[in-house]
Design a protein around this ligand. Structure first.
Ligand code: ATP
Ligand code: MN
Ligand code: MN
Length: 308
């Protein structure tokens, strides 16, 4: 059993104690992926996804009838939730229903049993809810934006993170864009993380107004990329690395090395079907050093909550 908190889980050989009901239920009709196929995928990638979803509050996109049926974005625990799922009361809102978290492959299998087709963790851990250990820039291309431009935006975010003394890691969203993640030592609080990423998004939009916008309101963004920094707030989430997406094709959000990111790998290139093979073939995990690369976010106090 993995430890709670920030420590990465110890990979264990997949053992399944959570019973899957209706294993043949089709979740992705176009890709032919069943509930059991989803369970098999997560068992296969457990040692990679575990560090990103263990020991954090999780929001779930649940789709009991598969991707073509009703979808519930669920932030809190529900009645009858499987015993392998941990209920975690928000330390700042103890009267609210608890959040959910997992600490083992069994927990992940319980999420599969509950028809969880997307897993969206917080950017902070249960060990320190108030101080994020990662920030994320979500790059959302508008209509007509080329893939090359999205890759360029990711490189721009990387350069800006690195200029601030942070490491940068990239993944496909499994949807339309890219996510660039910077691991943090959990020192700065959520308002500081938001102020920092907001300032970065606004600087990008200021430097290249023809390419980027930083606010959803201004994002009539025909031909522009929304630099969505709003994941970086207390209680907000982004889809986990290696999580499946409840969209056609059974795409997954796939961590990449910066070298892998190129014209041949689009945002939904990797799927339940081809991701495990690619992970095995490339041999090394491009995100292996993510936690070790964590650095503190230095935010000048005067800039907090204000436009620089
Ligand atoms: P894409 O590449 O298509 O943009 P994405 O995962 O980045 O994929 P966004 O819409 O940009 O999608 O991300 C929004 C984020 O907001 C999601 O990753 C998720 O964590 C969160 N989210 C998604 N659906 C809901 C919802 N119904 N309610 C609240 N938050 C949501
Ligand atoms: Mn996005
Ligand atoms: Mn977004």
């Amino acid at each position: 059993v993995a430890k709670e908190g920030a420590a990465p889980p110890v990979p264990k050989p997949p053992k399944r104690t959570v019973k899957l009901t209706h294993p043949d239920r089709i979740y992705w009709p176009d890709a032919g992926i069943t509930k059991e196929g989803l369970a098999d995928y997560y068992a296969e990638v457990w040692r990679f996804i575990g560090p990103h979803i263990v020991g954090r509050p999780l929001a779930l996109l649940r789709c009991p009838e598969g991707i073509d049926g009703e979808k519930f974005f669920q932030k809190h625990a529900w009645k009858g939730v499987n015993a392998a799922v941990r209920l975690v009361p928000d330390p700042k809102a103890r009267n609210e229903p608890p959040f959910i978290s997992i600490d083992s492959l069994d927990g992940l299998m319980a999420l599969v049993q509950s028809a969880t087709l997307e897993i969206h963790p917080w950017g902070s851990t249960l060990a320190d809810w108030e101080r994020p250990d990662r920030i994320i820039m979500d790059l959302d291309p508008g209509e007509g934006v080329s893939w090359a431009a999205v890759i360029e935006a990711a490189a721009d975010v990387r350069a800006r993170f690195e200029a601030a003394g942070l490491a940068a890691f990239v993944k496909t969203s499994g949807g339309k864009g890219l996510h660039v993640v910077a691991p943090l030592k959990p020192k700065a609080d959520w308002p500081a993380a938001k102020a920092f990423t907001k300032a970065m998004a606004e600087a990008m939009a200021g430097d290249a107004p023809d390419r980027y916008v930083a606010t959803i309101a201004k994002a009539k963004r025909g031909g522009k990329i929304l630099i969505d920094y709003l994941r970086n707030q207390r209680g907000q989430t982004a889809v986990a690395a290696y999580s499946t997406r409840a969209r056609p094709g059974a795409a997954v959000s796939m961590p990449l090395s910066w070298d892998e990111l190129g014209p041949d790998i689009g945002p939904a290139h990797f799927t339940v079907a081809n991701a495990p093979g690619h992970i095995a073939a490339r041999g090394s995990d491009p995100w292996a050093d993510l936690q070790a690369a964590a650095a503190p976010l230095e935010v000048p106090k005067a800039k907090r909550g204000r436009k620089s």
